[in-house]
Design a protein. Structure first.
Lengths: 163, 523
């Protein structure tokens, strides 16, 4: 019996199906097939596949499962079927790219903006990030104010693209 | 106000307890020291204080109550809310904490109050020793234009240029004086806007107009200045230790690999610094220290051009983040030297019995909570799991621990990974091995990016310039997930057999973490 996982990594869907017998896995990763032995030794997992052993660490967090292999760390998020099916949204939802503080709101409700125009400036860890209009359009909604603290992914501005 | 030695006899027994295996610790020079910083540097300063037999006090903001530095000293004092202005930059709260705990001296680390002459003066007025230079030395060297004037008066070369470029004609006169290529810069700005590189005579007029327009729109100030354009350039700095009467230079560090004007990788020695250039730079840095009557640890930063010409940039009147590189090569503890000099001891005492000799090669990589593949955006989150490798010749100065939340209030530096080798390649290989052997889960970091930089042909060949990191598109390693990644994900989500007869799973972290596969596997 094969199990399937629908994951997303760095915005890209990643389909994994596998069968497991003890330590032995037969895997299919986006159509690539391989076999691997996975053994846990305390903090680390050792994965042996194709004559190569790789040490990995795994932890589960709020955002998904984190896997670290040889100094590279991957966050695997669950693919939400509704998100994948939705396709292109009719509006641009501009979300906070990081947790931080809003230092400036340049966007005004109803204002026409050009691609690249500054909408919101956020500051975190002594760095400023400028959120700009991804295309020409009209600001439909401003959901943040200067001085406010925002979390990663918070909706800041809704932009209606010019038709 | 160097305290007398006899005052401290009573405190020695308790302090010696912590370092039973070490040789007899120094006679403590202070009864107690407060560390006015956070993160890895606060932890690192406490380590030295412990080795010196000096009790330490750390300070914590509300966001840092459970941070490692809160536990690094003998006691800790809460100094205010998370924003730095109300805590780590809050001079009154820090001085109050020092008074209440009976600390005789304050070590400011780097950043925060470390280069604040007013704070150094307040410490002095409060009868507390500031472990750093005097406010007077700081004022003469810490301010960029004051430092440039000091350098000029000491015949230390600065980037040739001219201010008040108010016409293309005047620009041309000055450009021919300093020699092409030159760069036109907005006098009132920074961050790359309002800048134009001019390679030849014919380009000066359009460049002048464009730079002036940009300067006006970006900064509301159309004043321009002109400088010789040093390109490609390396960032080289000289470490100085000085007391009231003498200064010693401890070689250079190359810190050319930067992003957003912040250093990523530092090494010593630099492959580009020839013997003659090194001694000229060391002489220039020592002259600056002497001219300012500097006592303590100081760094003079220079730009090094391809022709071996170097130009003074600025002085850092504090301990540098990358001081570790010099420590690895010299065997010195620069924090210990700072403390001894601040207590009024001589440079000879601060250096110890041996004359400082530099050997081998050391490279440091800064592990930061940032996403190098998406504009170096700072990252927050909770550190879910953390493991550092151990190896001879490897030093890790870390300010993080499992379970810690990273807030957006502070710098993104998490840890410094420093490798020593008999030569550059040995140090480089050790550092890459260390970065590959470390695991930090729960927060996006630049770990893989550092490995890629260190493995790149340009780094191996020593072709490191200030523009190297940002002039290239570095590919995200995310594009092709490792098969091992999928295997572990699969392992982690495999269903346990009914009745829990699968021993591997019963003791796996997934037992504790819940069955992640159940939700995602139903597709």
């Amino acid at each position: 019996m094969s199990r399937r996982l629908a994951l997303r990594h760095d915005g890209t869907p990643l389909a994994i199906s596998f069968e497991r017998k003890g330590e032995r896995f037969a895997l299919d990763l986006d159509g690539r097939r391989f076999e691997a032995d996975v053994v846990r030794d305390g903090f680390w997992f050792t994965v042996r596949s194709g004559g190569k052993a790789t040490r990995c660490a795994v932890a589960r967090g709020r955002r998904g499962v984190w896997v670290s292999c040889e100094g590279r760390t991957y966050l695997l998020e669950h693919e939400r079927p509704e998100a994948a099916a939705k396709g292109k949204s009719p509006v641009d939802e501009l979300r906070a790219p990081m947790t931080g503080r809003v230092v400036q709101v340049a966007a005004e409700n109803g204002a026409a903006v050009r691609e690249g125009d500054l909408l919101v400036t956020i500051e975190a860890m002594k760095m400023e990030f400028r959120l700009v209009a991804p295309e020409d359009g009209v600001v439909a909604e401003v959901r943040c104010g200067a001085g406010e603290r925002v979390e990663l992914g918070d909706l800041l501005v809704v932009l209606e693209p010019r038709a | 106000m160097s305290p007398a030695r006899a005052d401290f006899a009573a405190g020695r027994g308790a302090a010696a307890r912590d370092t039973p295996a070490a040789p007899a610790p120094d006679e403590p020079v202070f009864r107690k020291v407060l560390v006015a910083n956070r993160g890895e540097i606060a932890v690192r300063v406490c380590r030295t204080l412990r080795a010196m037999g000096i009790p330490s006090v750390t300070v914590t903001s509300d966001a840092d109550r459970s941070a490692p530095h809160a536990r690094a000293g003998d006691e800790t004092v809460a100094i205010g809310p998370a924003p730095p202005a109300q805590s780590y930059l809050n001079a009154a709260a820090i001085l109050d904490a020092a008074r209440r705990t009976g600390a005789e001296a304050i070590h400011p680390g780097y950043g925060f109050l470390s280069e604040n002459a007013a704070f150094a003066a307040e410490c002095r007025a409060a009868g507390i020793v500031f472990i750093g230079p005097s406010p007077e030395s700081m004022a003469r060297l810490g301010d960029k234009s004051a430092a440039r004037r000091t350098a000029l008066s000491c015949d230390v070369p600065v980037v040739p240029g001219a201010e008040e470029i108010d016409s293309a004609e005047r620009g041309l006169v000055e450009a021919e004086r300093v020699g092409f290529p030159v760069i036109l810069k907005a006098a009132g700005g920074g961050g790359g806007r309002g800048m134009r590189v001019v390679a030849a005579r014919a380009e000066i007029e359009p460049a002048f107009e464009a730079a002036r327009r940009e300067a006006k729109s970006a900064f509301g100030d159309e004043r321009l200045l002109l400088e010789k354009y040093v390109h490609p350039a390396r960032h080289i700095e000289i470490q100085i230790l000085a007391d009231a009467s003498d200064a010693v230079a401890l070689g250079e560090r190359e810190c050319s690999l930067q992003r957003r004007h912040q250093k990523l990788i530092e090494e010593s020695p630099s492959v580009a610094v020839a013997l003659g250039v090194r001694s000229a730079m060391e002489r220039a840095a020592s002259v600056l220290a002497s001219a300012a009557g500097y006592a303590g640890a100081m760094t003079a930063e220079f730009l090094l051009g391809a022709d071996g010409g170097f130009y003074f940039l600025e002085v850092n009147t504090r301990l540098q983040v990358e001081h570790t590189v010099t420590e690895m090569r010299s065997g010195l503890d620069l924090v210990r030297a700072q403390i001894l000099i601040a207590a009024g001891r001589s440079l000879d005492e601060a250096l110890g019995a041996r004359a400082p000799a530099l050997r081998g090669h050391a490279i440091e990589a800064r592990l930061c909570a940032e996403d190098p593949y998406h504009g170096y955006l700072p990252q927050t989150g909770t550190i879910l799991a953390l493991s550092w490798p151990e190896e001879e010749g490897l030093r890790i100065d870390s300010g993080i621990a499992e379970g810690q939340s990273l807030t957006p209030h502070y710098d993104s530096l998490l840890a410094k990974v420093v490798a020593f080798g008999r030569d550059r390649e040995e140090a480089r290989a050790r550092l890459v091995r260390a970065l590959r052997g470390a695991a930090l889960l729960g927060v996006v970091t630049n770990q893989a990016f550092l490995i890629d930089l260190l493995e790149d042909g340009s780094f191996r060949r020593g072709e490191t310039f200030t523009h190297t990191v940002e002039s290239r598109e570095w590919r995200s390693p995310a594009e092709v997930p490792d098969p091992a990644l999928a295997a572990v994900a699969a392992f982690s989500s495999a269903p346990r057999a009914p009745g829990g007869d699968d021993e591997t799973d019963r003791y796996s972290p997934w037992q504790r973490l819940g069955n992640w596969g159940r939700a995602g596997g139903a597709a």
